[in-house]
Design a protein around this ligand. Structure first.
Ligand code: CA
Length: 654
């Protein structure tokens, strides 16, 4: 049977269904999805009803501005049909209460109010997909950093707000029901990590979630009620959320998590954490948001969250195949390795460029149709973030369609995981190399690099870096370079950092102890140790801490002896902050050669977070001598003794 025969049969079946007034037959996907290039490793035991979802909240705003979507044959097609035909069985849509300013101008991000949700829901339903309604209970974006109360509910006491949220949820869901939208699941809140709708106390959050849950049960008794959190890498937070919801006996079915692989920990962690919650509280679990870059490049003239240089976990290359491998592995994790795992939603798989050919053209579209992440009109509601940084899409390079609206080969992964598509692995990308070179060192670029194969395995291949300006790099001081070469016909990058070599051990106390250092004196201090407290550290998590309750008790030195230095000229730097030094404090950094102090630099402590850095330059050292660097602190104190923090000691060659 060829493709067109199958298509005709499907149409005929659908017509029959309509003629005899029966419910539209369940969509049977799979027949038409094939690929010559996409490698998909099969796995067993995928449940028939496993949720393959895509958040498509931006579609109406994009289309209003002229964006068109296509199928794999290049034919302009309803994007919801394209999704359905490639294995998607669920659509997710965010809902904001009132994303408009006083003049009726939309805040952007798709201007997703309930009317937008109904439009999206009707189209999803038309193609046999269910809808997940994602109530943010805010007038604009709600996430771990922001859970702003809707304008209309501002200033309400919790009892009133609970009632308002209940009525609002009831009203929205009744509208969806009236429009005959197939609502399968509803979220009470979006990424509600300890706050929601302006509330930060768990009891109040519970009241609100409970109100939402009651409304859902009332209007759609068969729909699943979901809660949604972010940052599964913070394990105890998740355990705490689940425990709190259990404590308050919230009536819900699904504990959902965002999973952005760049930041959110490993898949093993995700599966064990969600399994634990599923087992302990007898809940279903799922991934409510996932996305991965198919290219490092921006396509809409508005900078993206993830770029080539992003310092994030990059388990797959930023390619179409890399994106597909990521999706495949997340589905595998939730379906096969997670207790009660019911599905995976890809976030904003259809959020592509607004289609303009310049920044100005797109900006006009974002403002007019709300197809960017935020418009200037959002300033009334969110002046400090959206109102300042409004613009286009920051994740167009993570969509499942290209900038022209054509589906990426990776879209097929949702269908292909059911059958697998194990074809000959090919080289898909070259893994980036990183090199840190001391300013006095020699730059030795790697002669081979790893090719990442389409099955995500790696193969070593030769690399040609072409003409490299080594002289420029040697004379350029502390700097970073992106060396571009060729390997296996593909672009290769070596990121070279020229750094000052630090000859000190444990320079920032990040071992969590004073290893490498010697403490002299200090017997009368109450506290003198390495402390792990990032907010009090200059860099990293740890620093050397001192404090004393009594006056005239602060007197100590902290030093490190260095041997095996090459002869030459050196520079020593160390920093301190603190307070309550009192009269006649004596604080200085020092350098000793063969036990004799040869240079010092006076320092002071004033107030919290005011770091004082001492630099001792032109230290002449000859091989065979012993060099010691240190800091001396003596304070009378003011009332109590003094307190302070010492961090980041550097010994660099000049
Ligand atoms: Ca962009």
């Amino acid at each position: 049977m060829n493709k067109s025969t199958i298509g005709c049969l499907l149409v005929a079946l659908m017509l029959l269904g309509t003629l005899f007034g029966c419910k539209q037959a369940a969509y049977e996907p799979g027949a038409e999805v094939f690929s010559d290039t996409l490698y998909v490793e099969k796995f067993d035991n995928l449940p028939q009803d496993f949720i393959m979802g895509v958040d498509a909240s931006s579609v109406p705003a994009l289309e209003a501005g002229g964006v068109k979507f296509y199928d794999f044959d290049g034919v302009e097609t309803d994007v919801f049909k394209v999704l359905r035909d490639n294995g998607i069985n669920y659509i997710r849509v965010r809902v904001w209460v009132d994303p408009y300013n006083s003049e009726g101008k939309g805040y952007g991000g798709g201007n997703c109010d309930i009317d937008t949700a109904i439009e999206i829901g009707k189209r999803a339903t038309e193609y046999g997909m269910k809808l997940l309604v994602d109530f943010h209970y805010s007038d604009f974006w709600a996430d771990p950093s922001k859970q702003m109360v809707p304008k209309a509910w501002a200033g309400m006491k919790i009892e009133e707000k609970t009632e308002a949220l209940y009525q609002y949820t009831l009203d929205c869901l009744n509208k969806l029901k009236k429009a005959k939208v197939d609502v399968g699941m509803v979220q009470v809140g979006n990424e509600t990590n300890g706050s929601m709708c302006g509330e930060k106390i768990w009891m109040n959050i519970y009241y609100l979630m409970d109100a939402g849950s009651r409304a859902i049960r009332e209007v759609f008794p068969d729909a699943l009620v979901a809660v949604h959190f972010a940052n599964p890498e913070k394990i105890t937070n998740y355990q705490d959320y689940a425990k709190k919801l259990n404590y308050y006996s919230l009536d819900y079915d699904v504990f959902a998590s965002s999973y952005y692989p760049y930041w959110h920990g490993t898949l093993d962690n995700l599966s064990s954490l969600l399994s634990q919650i599923a087992q302990t509280y007898d809940k279903k679990v799922m991934v409510a948001e996932l996305s991965y870059a198919y290219t490092p490049d921006d396509t809409d003239f508005f900078g993206n969250t993830i770029t080539a240089g992003s310092m994030v976990e990059k388990d797959y290359p930023f390619t179409v195949q890399g994106q597909a491998n990521c999706v495949r592995n997340v589905i595998d994790t939730i379906a096969n390795r997670t207790t009660n795992g019911i599905g995976v939603f890809y976030w904003e798989g259809t959020w592509i460029s607004s289609g303009g050919t310049t920044y100005e053209e797109n900006k006009a579209l974002w403002e007019e149709y709300g197809s960017g992440w935020a418009t200037s009109y959002s300033a009334q509601y969110d002046p400090n973030d959206a109102g300042k940084y409004y613009g286009g899409c920051a994740c167009d390079n993570q969509a499942l369609f290209d900038a022209q609206g054509k589906p990426l080969e990776s879209l097929k992964v949702f269908e292909m995981v059911k059958t697998g598509n194990v074809i000959e692995p090919r080289a898909d990308a070259i893994e980036d190399s990183n090199l840190m070179v001391d300013l006095n060192g020699k730059i030795e670029l790697p002669t081979t690099v790893n090719a990442v194969m389409s099955d995500n395995s790696k193969q070593e291949v030769a690399v040609d870096w072409g003409e490299v300006d080594y002289d420029g790099m040697y004379s350029g001081g502390v700097n970073k370079y992106d060396i571009v070469g060729t390997a296996d016909g593909m672009e290769a990058h070596c990121f070279v950092s020229m750094v000052e070599y630090n000859f000190l051990e444990n320079y920032s106390f990040e071992t969590g102890d004073d290893s490498g250092w010697t403490v002299l004196g200090g017997e009368k201090l109450d506290e003198l140790y390495v402390e792990n407290k990032p907010t009090d550290s200059m860099t990293g998590a740890c620093h050397f801490h001192f404090w004393s309750a009594n006056p005239n008790t602060v007197e100590f030195a902290l030093e490190q002896q260095v041997s095996e230095l090459p002869s030459g000229t050196y520079k020593y730097t160390i920093s301190i902050m603190g307070g309550d030094a009192g009269e006649n404090a004596q604080i200085y950094s020092y350098v000793k050669i063969n036990g004799e102090i040869v240079k010092t630099c006076d320092m002071e402590i004033t107030v919290y977070d005011s770091w004082n850095t001492a630099v001792i330059d032109d230290i002449e050292y000859t091989l065979g001598d012993t060099l010691t660097v240190g800091i001396f602190v003596k304070c009378q104190g003011s009332g109590n003794g003094a307190w302070g923090k010492i961090d980041d000691a550097l010994l660099n060659s000049k």
